[in-house]
Design a protein around this ligand. Structure first.
Ligand SMILES: [Zn+2]
Ligand SMILES: [Zn+2]
Ligand SMILES: [Zn+2]
Ligand SMILES: [Zn+2]
Length: 171
C-alpha cells in the first residue's frame, strides 16, 4: 500500500494521494496531503495552529524503517494533540501528557489510533491522558506476552508432533 487508500486531501480534494499525510488532531476527519500542509492550508475551522499528526503509508513506513517489525521502539513519531510538540514515541507521549496535560479536557483525536495501520483514524477523546493509559499502556509488555505465548504454542506443537510420530511408529 503506497497510497492513502480511501483518504482524500481536504484542501485540494486529491484522493488516495501518495507521500506523507497530515491529519488534524483537533478537527474531526481533516486530512491534508504534504503539498497542502506545506502551503499552510486552512479552513474556517482549521488553522495552522492545530497540531497535526504526520502519517506514513504502509509502504513508506517500511522504507523508512527498513521493513523492520512494528515492534521496534520508534515506529512512528507522534504529535501531542494538546500542544503540537512533535517527535514523541508512544511511551514518551504518555509521560509528556501525564506530566503536562493531566487536567486538560479538550476534545482531541488520538494520534496513535490515527497512525496505526488498521487503527481507528478518528478516535476522539476528551480525556486523552486516560485514553493513553487504557488503550496504549503497555505495548512492550504486550509484545513480550505475545512472544511468550508463541513459544508456548510452539512447544505444544512440537510435543503434538512428537506424539504423532510415536503413534505412526506403532502402527
Ligand atoms: Zn492537498
Ligand atoms: Zn484542524
Ligand atoms: Zn503536549
Ligand atoms: Zn488512541
Amino acid at each position: 500500500m503506497s497510497r492513502h487508500e480511501g483518504v482524500s486531501c481536504d484542501s485540494c480534494m486529491k484522493g488516495n494521494f501518495r507521500g506523507k499525510r497530515y491529519k488534524c488532531l483537533i478537527c474531526y476527519d481533516y486530512d491534508l496531503c504534504s503539498v497542502c500542509y506545506d502551503a499552510g492550508a486552512t479552513t474556517p475551522t482549521h488553522t495552522t495552529e492545530h497540531p497535526m499528526q504526520c502519517i506514513l503509508t504502509r509502504a513508506d513506513f517500511d522504507v523508512f524503517y527498513g521493513g523492520e517489525a512494528l515492534t521496534v521502539e520508534q515506529p512512528q513519531s507522534y504529535t501531542c494533540p494538546h500542544c503540537s510538540k512533535m517527535g514523541f514515541s508512544e511511551s514518551s507521549l504518555h509521560d509528556h501528557v501525564a506530566a503536562d496535560h493531566s487536567d486538560t479536557s479538550a476534545e482531541v483525536v488520538c494520534p496513535i489510533c490515527a497512525s496505526l495501520p488498521g487503527g481507528e483514524p478518528n478516535h476522539v477523546t476528551d480525556d486523552f491522558a486516560s485514553h493513553l493509559t487504557v488503550e496504549h499502556r503497555t505495548p512492550r509488555e504486550f509484545i513480550s506476552f505475545f512472544v511468550c505465548y508463541l513459544e508456548v504454542a510452539l512447544q505444544h506443537f512440537k510435543w503434538l508432533r512428537f506424539i504423532a510420530t510415536k503413534k505412526s511408529f506403532k502402527s
